[in-house]
Write a protein that binds this ligand. Sequence first.
Ligand code: FES
Length: 134
Amino acid sequence: MNEMVMKTKPILTFIKNSCNAGYMVWRRTISAKAMEKARSAAVRVDSHVVFIAYVKGRLYGVDAVCSHARCILGFLDEERLTVKCPVNTLLYDLNTGAMLDPPYVATEAPKEKLGLRKYNVRENGGWIEVELPD
Ligand code: FES
């Protein structure tokens, strides 16, 4: 009996992890009306904090937590499609989440390590939704 449990436990764990891997769901955040008015917002959904921007009829989503010192973003530049950290001025690309300019207190910071995660964002039935892992 114990031998059977020992043999099946890793298989069940593998199946459980495989089933959970990559499963994404759309989660409601704020109303589309509020988003249109605000142009940008940092919203919390479960353990995720997402910076959402609404620029020229398009939605963008990146992590709202600055990768430098973990503060909440930020200042939206609608012309350049960037968001700037209000603390140390690190500049991110809204399309990719990539760091464009390093924080002024760490000008040699590695760009490849300080990028932000990108999120899919959509409007659905009057609400702004973010695609997140279930
Ligand atoms: S906390 Fe954002 S650049 Fe330093």
